[in-house]
Design a protein around this ligand. Structure first.
Ligand code: PRX
Length: 654
């Protein structure tokens, strides 16, 4: 990390907004002044951009920290805000989704059509017994039905839990059970890398594995037909989406729900093995998702074609595919497949085909395109692009410059946006048209957000210093808790700076001489691989769950393309060592983790070692393993119980 910091310290390129961009930008410098003058009035004004069935009279209730309530006496319907109100305003013919399947099939879905579909799906779900407060699990590829499913659940005041299609049956089962889902919405499959990737079998397996205990809450599985591969069928439980939706009435009046009605649970990795169900509610979440989408992505809904490349299985897909853009009545591209199928220029082909004006993606994608070379994007007309965004992990200045130069023709502003599943929407970012940008820095809290970088005792570090990132005041789209575990919510985020009442984000950051924020990565046992959050403990638990493994330690090692990569050090039981080659064992364990958690968690390297470095109290010193994984000189080993162990491990790794 010290190399990285040195490098960042010497980064002094600056890009001022062009007068043309600034003249037409949604964001203005006055927003900061307005928010500073009266923060709550500022957020109330942003909330009033939504339709409230019952207007709120209270803004923030922070009488029981850290449990915040925003706009608590107001009532709204989230789906109505994303759909009906645009149709009622005469914009029903505007395209909501420009959808492209991986094989090249495509669909244009207007706001009127999406509203009709969501009303029908809401009626189907009501028919299946789904009521306000019930949980519905969604396990779908990136198809329009995925968005319709989320909005139909929201329309009923029920709670969705979207589970990324890359997760295994096992991960799916844990999440379904934790949330106590009543219905699962899935599909036969989706297209990934030119092949059908089936989804329904994982759902069948997840539901079969769990028996009929009190946790077996799933009553129905609604199945979208996408790939037409054969699927297993449980009569009475399973039903086809296309049959049910066609038969359902398209009349459905959206009912108002309180602003604090739960909207969704989204599972994310923490520092323990058990994923946390991050809970978001309605009014505050939608307010900030829509506001940030307008001012940070500079959405002009009549003319822009927005494309956020995230999957709806992640928070970025929730806030900047489903809720933000649709609340703003924007037109967006939705793409089912991978960036390199059927050819490595696929994304750029889509930018050209749909005239994408705003592209929002992750540094890991940018770095893989960099590796492939500029010849590929250069083959396409990218002149429609006028703004680029980055999210999910720190973007190194080199990737930032490449993004601007090759994709943005040296002209488009870049917004590097920092936020988390927990924050619900963007918290730190330049405002396009306002901020002079710096490659590699996420820069400044957005208007209405209070952030600081502090040392361990919670004191501000001052410009030019590094420390821990904290959020010092409650914000509208903040998580309201961890599903079923209020204690863990308090412990994880609020205990560290209890006296100050600060939210501890888990990120290291540094303030430069201008007070701009540079993110330095996680300070806990959370890894960030290709912008996906993984916990070291979760992968270690999966590894020790394999019968060959005696002990395992996992670290996130820096990786040129994926940001970090999973590297595992594993002690294998002697009997297995006698019978298998280390290469075979390592390979088998990589696959095993992929099956247990999902392919994203598969370690890049598995090293079979004889021992792990431990302190006298038995704590594994992952810092030293990270040195080995990153090919560095091993750091200070004096606190190890056995100081010789690192040279043995280094030798085994080579
Ligand atoms: O470490 C930070 C990193 O991603 C973490 C949050 O991950 P997740 O909840 O999966 O949400 C990702 C999408 C919002 C953060 O704690 N992170 C996210 N964006 C940035 C970032 N690190 C640096 N710069 C960013 N722009």
């Amino acid at each position: 990390m010290s190399n990285q910091i040195d490098h960042l310290l010497t980064e002094n390129r600056r890009f001022a907004p062009s007068p043309e961009f600034a003249a037409d930008a949604v964001a203005t410098a006055e927003l900061y002044a307005q928010a500073d003058a009266d923060r709550e009035a500022f957020w109330a004004e942003q909330a009033r951009a939504l339709h409230w069935h019952t207007p709120f009279t209270q803004v923030l209730d922070w009488s029981n920290p850290p449990f915040a309530q925003w706009f608590a006496d107001g009532e709204l319907n989230v789906a109505y805000n994303c759909l009906d109100r645009h149709v009622e305003a005469g914009n029903g013919d505007r395209v909501a989704l420009l959808w492209e399947g991986e094989p090249g099939d495509s669909r244009r879905v207007t706001y009127a059509e999406l509203t009709d579909e969501v009303k029908r799906v809401a009626n189907v779900l009501t028919g299946l017994g789904v009521e306000a407060g019930d949980r519905v699990a969604i396990y779908l590829p990136m198809i329009p039905e995925a968005i319709a499913a989320m909005l139909a659940v929201a329309r009923l005041g029920a709670i969705h839990s979207v589970i990324f299609g890359g997760f295994s049956a096992d991960s799916l089962r844990t999440r379904i059970d934790d949330a106590g889902a009543k219905v699962v919405i899935t599909s036969d499959g989706g297209y990934r890398k030119g092949r059908v990737s089936p989804l329904k079998p994982a759902v069948d397996q997840a539901l079969a594995d769990r028996g009929n205990g009190p946790q077996a809450t799933v009553e129905h599985v609604l199945v979208v037909r996408r790939t037409e591969n054969e699927v297993g069928w449980t009569e009475g439980r399973d039903l086809w989406w296309h049959d049910a939706v066609a038969e359902a009435s398209a009349d459905h009046t959206a009912q108002p729900f309180p602003a604090e009605n739960p909207l969704f649970i989204l599972y994310t990795s923490g520092t323990t093995g058990k994923p946390k169900g991050i809970l978001h509610t309605s009014g505050g979440y939608l307010t900030q998702a829509a506001f940030t989408n307008r001012v940070v992505h500079d959405i002009h809904s009549e003319t822009d074609v927005f494309w956020c490349t995230a999957d709806i299985g992640w928070i970025t897909g929730h806030s900047y595919v489903t809720y933000g853009p649709l609340a703003n009545g924007a037109t967006q591209v939705l793409y089912e497949g991978t960036p390199d199928a059927p050819h490595p220029g696929r994304w750029w082909e889509l930018v050209e085909k749909y005239g994408v004006t705003i592209l929002y993606t992750a540094p890991t994608a940018i770095r893989s395109f960099m590796k492939l070379g500029r010849e590929i994007p250069n083959r396409f007309d990218l002149s429609s692009l006028r703004l680029l965004g980055s999210v999910g992990e720190p973007i190194n200045p080199e990737a930032w410059m490449w993004y601007r130069h090759v994709i943005g023709a040296d002209a488009t502003p870049i917004v590097d946006t920092w936020w988390q599943t927990e924050t619900g929407s963007i918290m730190v970012s330049a405002l396009p048209g306002v901020t002079e940008t710096k490659p590699g820095s996420a820069q400044v809290p957005i208007p209405g957000i209070s952030i600081d970088v502090v040392e361990d005792a919670g004191e501000h570090v001052g410009n030019g210093n590094g420390g821990l990132l904290v959020i010092t005041k409650p914000w509208p789209s903040m998580l309201r808790g961890i599903w079923g575990d209020p204690d863990r919510f308090v412990e994880t985020y609020w205990e560290k700076f209890q006296d100050k009442g600060y939210y501890f984000a888990g990120d290291g950051a540094r303030l430069d001489d201008d007070g701009d924020i540079w993110f330095l990565g996680r300070v806990d046992d959370v890894m960030n691989v290709s912008g996906h959050r993984l916990s070291t403990t979760e992968i270690e638990s999966a590894l020790v769950g394999n019968e060959a493994v005696a002990e395992a330690a996992v670290v996130g090692a820096s990786d040129e393309t994926t940001g970090q990569a999973v590297v595992a050090f594993v002690i294998v039981k002697q009997s297995y060592l006698n019978e298998h080659s280390p290469e075979g064992l390592a390979d088998g364990l990589r696959k095993w983790v992929g099956e247990q958690i999902g392919p994203i968690a598969r370690p890049r390297d598995v090293y079979i070692v004889g021992e792990l470095p431990k302190t006298r109290s038995g704590k594994i010193m992952r810092r030293l393993l990270r040195d080995v994984a990153e090919g560095r000189e091993v750091g200070d080993t004096t606190t190890l119980a056995d100081t010789a162990v690192m040279s043995v491990i280094s030798a085994q790794v080579k």
